[in-house]
Design a protein around this ligand. Structure first.
Ligand SMILES: NC(=O)c1ccc[n+]([C@@H]2O[C@H](COP(=O)([O-])OP(=O)(O)OC[C@H]3O[C@@H](n4cnc5c(N)ncnc54)[C@H](O)[C@@H]3O)[C@@H](O)[C@H]2O)c1
Length: 246
């Protein structure tokens, strides 16, 4: 097993990519603290610790790591999957509140979780962090202005931490998913658009390999980046996008 007895905090654990990631990490022998706004229906076990938390709250994020330390005794990895979409909106129509919410959930939450995780990892002399951004920050789509800015921040922040934390044996990487077959995809369409037609005619056709990305594609890339197989990989951005970024 590739993550045997290692302890991971996985955010966005109830979402499309998050659910699949929690499942794959458990299959690879990890202990997982599964964090989301709502954890209804997630069964606690000796390996799975569901935690309800709002990642934009400093107090909630501190509580997550205290609980993980209390239950599992250590923190080997942090996988930030949680995020929100932006419905395609022209810049003049974007409110400050919408901008701030996107930045807060998609970027500030990474600062808060990494700030809590790093002291444990420094103490242990190793650790791994993977943040999910988006291929849209490489190839933007019209109207996703605030979302793309938040994902650009996620990549720059991750690379800043990769260089800052290399001396401590802590690796920090990014996965850029392409258009993925989850609930979120339909939320990127503009108001009144036909969601299914947009998925088929725009998103799927934008992927050179000819299909949407599946949550398992992302989960497998996260297993790799978190495993010892990637022990020399840090500061990298792995596009799991079917070629969308080319
Ligand atoms: N689906 C796509 O096409 C796509 C493409 C590129 C990147 N991404 C990124 O991949 C990640 C996962 O996306 P997904 O498709 O699985 O989406 P999803 O909507 O299925 O899951 C996102 C999860 O994040 C949780 N979340 C949102 N705000 C939170 C908060 N404040 N605190 C705690 N949890 C919160 C939600 O409750 C949800 O369960 C996101 O960061 C997204 O931006 C998605």
């Amino acid at each position: 097993m590739r993550l045997e007895n290692e302890v991971f905090v996985v955010t966005g654990a109830k979402g499309g990519m998050g659910r699949e990631t929690v499942k794959r990490f458990l299959e690879e022998g990890a202990y997982v603290a599964a964090v989301d706004l709502n954890i209804d229906g997630m069964e606690k076990s000796d390996r799975l610790l569901p935690i309800a938390a709002n990642l934009t709250s400093e107090a909630d994020v501190a509580r997550i790591f205290q609980e993980v330390k209390r239950v599992f005794g250590r923190v080997d990895g942090l996988v930030n999957i949680a995020g929100i979409a932006q419905a395609a909106t022209q810049i003049e129509e974007v409110s400050l509140a919408d901008w701030e919410k996107l930045m807060s959930v998609n970027a500030t939450s990474l600062f808060l979780t990494c700030r809590e995780a790093v002291p444990y990892m420094k103490q242990q002399g190793e650790g791994v962090i993977v943040n999910i951004a988006s291929i849209s920050m490489v190839r933007p789509r019209p109207g996703l202005n605030a979302y793309i800015a938040s994902k650009g921040a996620a990549v720059s922040f991750s690379q800043a931490l990769a260089i800052e934390l290399a001396d401590y044996g802590i690796r920090v990487n990014v996965v850029n998913p392409g258009p993925a077959d989850t609930n979120m995809l339909g939320q990127f369409t503009s108001k009144n658009a036909d969601v299914e037609a947009t998925k088929e005619n725009i998103f799927k056709k934008s992927v050179p390999l000819g299909r949407l990305i599946n949550p398992i594609d992302i989960a497998n890339s996260l297993v790799y980046l978190c495993s010892k197989e990637a022990s020399i990989v840090t500061g990298s951005v792995l596009n799991v996008d079917g070629g969308r970024g080319i």
